[in-house]
Design a protein around this ligand. Structure first.
Ligand code: 3PG
Ligand code: CO
Length: 553
């Protein structure tokens, strides 16, 4: 039985409007020409930094601080928002899958038993992101699963690959496909009929999120399930090399692998088993719905095979989606959002589509929907569809800022929470000039919100979920940019391991509130207790400690 009542903070008042701004992909790094946040005019964020160390500091946003397996793991939005919202550090999907594979427990669970019933007569299909990025999936986990499944009776395996270039360097897809082909060849030597069946770039095929563009999922469905795609190859390495002539890894068009008679080698048919091997939810939920739901009207599936489907994890605990899964997801319970709403804190959350679930679903511990619709309002601003965001680097930053402003000025909410996506979404394109424009737009959105907070006498908290735009090149250990063999700068499209800023302020901030100096290793998970304090509450005991103290003068 959870006791939801939060204790009153001894020194801090209730009833202040708190704006909580998460800049996506906004880390702190040395100021050079590849630091787009440094290059961009960002007067608002610069002025907040002047408040250091009492009102501005850095916090950790990668590795163990956000529940990832190692300190080499860069942060990402899922684990970042989970930590921000939950106030505690949970072992995340990447780690849970590692553990389940290492112990073999993955094969003893209900999910694996369920799919393995198909191994005798059907094909096992594995669909997911092929890279070692560790954000949505990991190649070594796929390798172990392939091995484990074949040792446990899978006789025919088809892998449907999604190329990355977003959590890893563009162009790295070729090497990953080669590695996979080697593994599959070994399985074939051992008598398992194992092949790549289809593929495509993650941003163009399958891995859309938050229902931004169902066509992306449809293209994947056509290739994976129906065995139909505009491009046909007999070999996946060749496919990726050829298609890369006109697109980068993230955006490769869909292709299917065919035999000598032009017949797709691995459509999904009745009696087959399917596993989506991504552990991260946001970009698998849409496919999971298409695979699992009887009633489904987002696109014409044409043929709906009777399959046994399991996710690597359950992607949405509230929707129980999918029903079957190989590894239990982290049980992120008692989030700060739920506590605050249950204590009467009226909450507004907003972002544009591509990040909307970050400040709602991820924030609330991978849970969709409201806790109490009477106290909450979540507003989604439709993202531009069908473009890469370097073309529109301002995205909907100003619209998000304005929605937050209106919510603040309405005085209907105690917490107004936003995610401003630009640094991240444009940073992922690897387009440095566009990312500079993106950072400027994000800074302007922050200003709109802070100005509104000034007007209502409120408090602002500005932070970020992980690094991205502050470093756009791959570097050697001493921090020098790296060039490829043709002398081209190696552009970093991925996130980073850099810390992120957090700033507090506003006229409602009680005198004497400042960052403590005894939490030097503070990370994203320390923000929840901090925000609870600013709402006038003490955080539950097991939350990571607050970053602030109140000094009497
Ligand atoms: C993506 O899904 O776009 C990237 O893999 C990670 O980006 P995010 O963690 O910022 O969403
Ligand atoms: Co990102």
């Amino acid at each position: 039985q959870v006791s939801w009542k939060l204790e009153d903070h001894p020194n801090l008042p209730k009833g202040k409007t708190v704006a909580l701004i998460v800049l996506d992909g906004w880390g702190e790094y040395k100021p050079d020409e590849y630091n787009c946040i440094h290059v961009a005019p960002t007067p608002t964020m610069d002025s907040l930094k002047q408040g250091a160390p009492e009102k501005w500091r850095l916090i950790k946003a990668h590795g163990n601080a956000v529940g990832l397996p190692t300190e080499d793991d860069m942060g990402n939005s899922e684990v970042g928002h989970n930590a921000l919202g939950a106030g505690r550090i949970f072992a995340q999907g990447a780690k849970l899958v590692d553990l389940a594979l290492a112990s073999g427990k993955i094969y003893e669970g209900e999910g694996f038993k369920y799919i393995s019933e198909c191994f005798e007569k059907g094909t096992l299909h594995l669909i997911g992101l092929l890279s070692d990025g560790g954000v949505h999936s990991r190649l070594d986990q796929l390798q172990l699963l392939l091995k484990g499944a074949s040792e446990r009776g899978a006789k025919r395996i088809r892998v449907h690959i999604l190329t990355d270039g977003r959590d890893v360097l563009d162009g790295s897809s070729v090497g990953f496909v080669e590695t996979l082909e080697n593994d599959l060849a070994k399985l074939r030597d051992g008598g398992v009929d194992a092949r790549i069946a289809s593929g495509g770039g993650r941003m163009y095929v399958t891995m859309d999120r938050y229902e931004n563009d169902w066509d992306v999922v449809k293209r994947g469905w056509d290739a994976q399930v129906r065995g139909e795609a505009p491009h046909k190859f007999t070999n996946a390495v060749e496919a990726v090399k050829k298609l890369r002539e006109n697109a980068n890894d993230q955006y490769l068009p869909p292709f299917v692998i065919v035999d000598e008679n032009e017949k797709a080698v691995g459509p999904i048919v009745d009696g087959d088993a399917v596993v989506t091997f991504n552990f991260r939810a946001d970009r698998m939920v849409m496919l999971a719905k298409a695979l699992e739901y009887q009633d489904f009207d987002k696109f014409d599936r044409v043929r709906v095979p009777k399959i046994r489907y399991a996710g690597m994890l359950q992607y949405d605990g509230e929707l129980k989606l999918p029903n079957h899964y190989l590894v239990s997801p982290p049980e992120i319970d008692r989030t700060s959002g739920e506590y605050l709403v249950r204590n009467g804190v009226r909450t507004f959350a907003c972002s544009e589509t591509v990040k909307f679930g970050h400040v709602t679903f991820f924030w609330n511990g991978n849970r969709s929907g409201y806790f109490n619709p009477e106290l909450e309002e979540y507003v989604e601003i439709p993202s531009d569809v069908g473009i890469t965001f370097n073309v529109q680097p301002k995205m909907k930053a100003l619209e998000i800022g304005e929605k937050a402003r209106d919510a603040i000025l309405s005085r209907k909410f105690d917490q107004v929470r936003v995610n401003i996506p630009n640094g991240d979404m444009v940073g992922h394109t690897g387009d440095i000039q566009a990312t500079v424009v993106a950072c400027k737009a994000a800074d302007e959105a922050v200003k709109i919100i802070i100005d509104a907070i000034e007007q209502v006498g409120g408090i602002y908290v500005v932070t970020a979920d992980h690094g991205n735009a502050e470093d756009m090149v791959k570097r050697n250990k001493s921090g020098q940019p790296l060039f490829d063999k043709n002398g081209n700068l190696q552009i970093l499209t991925s996130h980073t391991c850099q810390p992120v800023p957090i700033a507090i302020g506003g006229p409602g901030l009680a005198p004497g509130v400042r960052f403590r100096n005894d939490v030097p290793n503070g990370g994203l998970a320390n923000v929840a207790a901090t925000v609870m304090n600013l709402h006038g509450y003490v955080a539950p005991n097991d939350y990571e400690p607050t970053l602030i103290e109140v000094v009497k003068n």
